[in-house]
Design a protein around this ligand. Structure first.
Ligand SMILES: Cc1cc2nc3c(=O)[nH]c(=O)nc-3n(C[C@H](O)[C@H](O)[C@H](O)COP(=O)(O)OP(=O)(O)OC[C@H]3O[C@@H](n4cnc5c(N)ncnc54)[C@H](O)[C@@H]3O)c2cc1C
Length: 509
């Protein structure tokens, strides 16, 4: 008997493993405390993974594949990968073990150790999901300190012949990012998101009975996220038909209550491998080809760049830099996350909204993650470990390979500039420009000093001031220091004092 392991984020219906039905192959899948407990996860994240795994096991059985499934409360479930594998190996006459290469470093190590301990042969095979190999980015940037996403993106476009005309970009221009930064007009009504309504009461009872600690909210009888392949395809269709025409234009926009706007919400489906990145890209390109008058090229290029560019790039950085990446802390930040990161109870409207919706939906879009929660935490000097645990727990799409590179790298600049060329920080100015949050806020976006001053303003200058030795020579930041130096010394002292007051009472902001 050959035993093949399918991890919870390896739900790839099109994998070549399933091309042939074989009666000498047993597939094994497992719900485990090892995976539910390494951080406090959002309840919707745990439910989404378990529901998707169960649906995938059903799909395999329907196609006459043999599956051994450890539910969380299976009497023989030892709750760890190696022990469960040993149990199945002892029960069945297993003579060979196969697994798809995992995307997380810790699982990779566990599986390598496990295979070494086996008295028979084993093999790790490709998960047939990503568009680049694990080590491809490292090879592409050999000898470079900074890994410029744009050059990797262009290479990937050429390699997969996406939006290309021979060796040149289809329209003569590679990147339309500059067209994609519009704020939403005041009276704009964004489209209502497509929501599913799955009854997940059984799974919730299971989690409760087993004492799995989770965060966030959920509707037990109307779970909104797609977890099967037909549902995933429906979500993809909804995105290309209804959201893609506005995707790029309003990609960075934020409005109160507009929790997903024109974003695709396909990250969970792709990260669990239910959808393949090429089929997602192809659907978007096909929509542009079908309706070029409705779907402008800039929208499609912007979307394609996120997937063939950023997503593959982050995975490449992960494999190039782990395990050291996990402990990088360039600024030496040490603070704890404010309590309201777990409740949303803050007087800052933008943070209340971003955190509140994260607790309600296990989702926030990129700019909310980067320029609201991430921005605040970086200005406040929060330890990147605290941030990793929060981002890894709260978002439905959070898997370490893509969470840590975005959090430590892009958002916190804790890698000292491997992913980003400068830290993503802003004062209230940017938030006001891109959102409708500041108008009704308790704090005043225009003030730097005083009890009503928006905390982002003083913290912004405090950040630059305290890290001057590390940032002043960065050519993309030099200008900020010119402005800071020219400021009246008395005002500067007041700003620093205001920031210190804010930092001393973060929980009350
Ligand atoms: C601090 C921080 C933490 C993040 N953590 C995660 C995470 O745990 N998991 C995750 O999948 N993404 C993460 N991202 C990236 C991005 O925010 C999410 O992929 C995106 O918000 C998912 O929503 P969507 O599917 O609606 O994306 P859309 O805006 O519709 O974008 C389409 C797709 O592009 C890909 N994509 C876009 N930006 C990125 C990026 N920076 N890195 C990788 N892929 C990207 C995603 O697969 C996404 O589904 C994080 C970003 C930040 C700033």
């Amino acid at each position: 008997m050959i035993l093949r392991l399918i991890l919870g984020d390896q739900l790839n219906h099109q994998h070549s493993w399933y091309d042939a039905q074989r009666n000498d192959v047993l597939y094994v899948m497992m719900e485990m405390r090892q995976e539910t407990d390494y951080v406090a996860h959002h309840v919707q994240k745990v439910v989404a993974f378990f529901a998707a795994m169960r649906a995938f096991a059903e799909h395999l059985r329907d196609h006459n594949h043999a599956v051994f499934y450890f539910a969380l409360d299976h009497p023989e479930n030892q709750q760890t990968l190696a022990e469960n594998l040993r149990f199945v190996i002892n029960q069945h006459k297993v003579t060979h073990f196969e697994y798809q290469l995992p995307d997380e470093f810790r699982l990779d190590e566990q599986l390598l150790d496990f295979c070494e301990s086996l008295p028979f042969t084993s093999q790790g095979v490709d998960s047939e999901h990503f568009l680049s190999e694990r080590g491809e980015l490292a090879r592409f940037f050999t000898g470079k300190k900074t890994y410029l996403m744009e050059s990797f993106y262009r290479m990937m476009r050429k390699k997969h012949n996406v939006l290309m005309d021979g060796k040149e970009p289809a329209t003569g221009q590679w990147n339309y990012d500059a067209d994609n930064r519009k704020t939403l007009p005041k009276n704009h009504q964004p489209i209502a998101p497509l929501l599913f309504e799955r009854d997940v009461s059984d799974l919730l009872n299971l989690l409760e009975k087993q004492g799995v600690a989770t965060i966030g909210n959920i509707d037990p009888t109307a779970f909104i996220w797609p977890v099967t392949r037909p549902e995933g395809l429906e979500m993809l269709r909804f995105f290309t038909e209804s959201c893609l025409p506005y995707f790029g234009t309003f990609q960075d926009a934020m409005i109160p209550g507009g929790w997903s706007l024109y974003h695709s919400r396909l990250s969970f489906l792709m990260n669990a491998k239910i959808l393949h990145p090429l089929e997602v890209i192809s659907a978007a390109v096909a929509e542009w080809q079908k309706r070029p008058d409705v779907v402008a090229y800039a929208q499609v290029e912007g979307f394609v760049r996120q997937i063939i560019g950023w997503r593959e790039y982050m995975r490449g950085v992960y494999w190039a830099k782990m395990p050291d990446y996990k402990s990088l802390n360039f600024f030496g930040h040490t603070r704890k996350l404010p309590e309201w990161f777990w409740t949303g109870r803050t007087k800052m409207n933008c943070l209340k909204d971003a955190i509140g919706q994260s607790l309600d939906y296990a989702y926030a879009h990129h700019i909310q993650r980067l320029m609201i929660t991430g921005n605040f935490a970086l200005l406040a000097g929060v330890h990147p470990d605290e941030l990793d645990a929060w981002y890894l727990g709260i978002y439905i799409d959070a898997i370490e390979w893509v969470e840590i590179t975005n959090t430590r790298g892009m958002s916190q600049f804790a890698d000292g500039g491997i992913v980003g060329t400068k830290p993503y920080v802003s004062s209230a100015n940017y938030i006001d420009k891109m959102s409708h949050h500041c108008g009704g806020c308790f704090y005043d976006k225009t003030q730097k000093i005083g009890p009503k001053a928006c905390p982002f303003n003083a913290l912004y200058w405090h950040f630059y001031d305290r890290h001057q030795d590390k940032l002043e020579r960065n050519p993309r930041i030099g200008m900020m220091y010119q402005t800071w130096k020219k400021m009246n010394p008395e005002t500067k002292a007041q700003i620093i004092a205001q920031a210190e007051t804010n930092l001393a009472r973060l929980d009350e902001l």
